[in-house]
Design a protein around this ligand. Sequence first.
Ligand SMILES: Cc1cc2nc3c(=O)[nH]c(=O)nc-3n(C[C@H](O)[C@H](O)[C@H](O)COP(=O)(O)OP(=O)(O)OC[C@H]3O[C@@H](n4cnc5c(N)ncnc54)[C@H](O)[C@@H]3O)c2cc1C
Length: 397
Amino acid sequence: MRKHYRVVIVGAGTGGISVAARMLREKRHLADDILLIDPETKHYYQPLWTLVGAGAVKKEESVREMMSLIPDGAIWLQDRVVGFDPEANQVETADNGSIQYDYLVVSPGIEIDWERIKGLKEALGTKQVCSNYSYEHVDYTWETLRGFEGGTALFTHPASPVKCGGAPQKIMYLAEDYFSKSGVRENSNIVFGSANPAIFDVTKYREALEKVLDRKRIETHFRVNLTEIKADEKVAVFENLDSHETFEMNYDMIHVTPPMQAPASIRESKLADAGGWLDVDKYTLQHKRYENVFGLGDCTNLPTSKTGAAIRKQAPVVVHNLLDQMYGKVPVATYDGYSSCPIVTGYNSLILAEFDYEKVPQESMPFNQAKERHSMYILKKDFLPLLYWNGMLNGTM
Ligand SMILES: Cc1cc2nc3c(=O)[nH]c(=O)nc-3n(C[C@H](O)[C@H](O)[C@H](O)COP(=O)(O)OP(=O)(O)OC[C@H]3O[C@@H](n4cnc5c(N)ncnc54)[C@H](O)[C@@H]3O)c2cc1C
């Protein structure tokens, strides 16, 4: 096993594969000198999990063998990075010791902290406690929606950054639509308990979503954080983030978006900022202190929404700047904070939010994207997965 590579990429998820594929397209001579490190044998297209939880797509459609996606010319080491030593230009792996690099790309995603909500881990996947944030349990969301006979359906959004800030509410809109069709909507109460101060933080889409909430008669509680689930009693315990008082809410089903944090390997390393996230320049995506280190995706401290769509714009910037650095030029490519959130508002409707660091809409369609559209639902369900597997992961878009 070689112990040194020109480029080491940590994480072969959306960010890692996109960067490896692009880099090899641009610089073929780097073939066999790019190492991707990832412990998983599967790669997941997580955006589909919203539709899996709503019964619109089979979960098998969201997964592929990791090996089938490793770009030709990259080498995959099935191992976990447990430490970073940027001063020695090396990463520490669980099973293969330390590996040295000239350039490092960090993209191991975000860590889900199921245990931060008391009672959640034990209850998940049973007793009407569900979450789309786990491949293992995402089917149980659909089972829960189908079995719902009325009462209170509770949906939560935690007090931490999450991947896809819109996903906690998308499944709620789909559930409301499903309950209307299955005939239980009239005897049910749909409640959103969110740690955020509003339904969305880009004004144009927030206003559109407030109308959706009104139309669907969804009860909202903002600045509240789920802290405990008493699954046997079907009681959720929240903290009010302003008064710090706790209060309980009864439910008949609950969809939980769990708290998330930067991965431990980054949090405990010199690569982290004060909050534990990978500390990169928000424009160049180069590490603020180690110039041969770049990062992208959910693990970073980029002040924008953590999505695969954001990574589609970040990957070309990382590749461009890393290659400039490699060839003695100043990295000049910049990322403007672009992110996108396809907010599914029902089985056939979607608001396509696209925006930048300034929370200004950056719409790519020739129409008003705050309007709910059937065509945009089809885009999410049928076209974006194709573009992901065949374009983004090949480094062509
Ligand atoms: C329910 C849900 C809905 C979503 N909806 C959307 C959507 O509609 N649109 C959208 O654009 N995005 C959406 N997302 C978000 C999107 O999936 C993520 O933002 C994106 O996948 C992040 O890419 P990443 O490369 O940072 O991390 P990931 O794709 O999660 O990949 C991280 C990789 O790193 C590996 N890894 C972890 N730790 C280590 C380690 N220590 N050493 C080595 N490897 C490691 C993991 O095994 C994994 O393969 C959604 C996500 C979820 C869960």
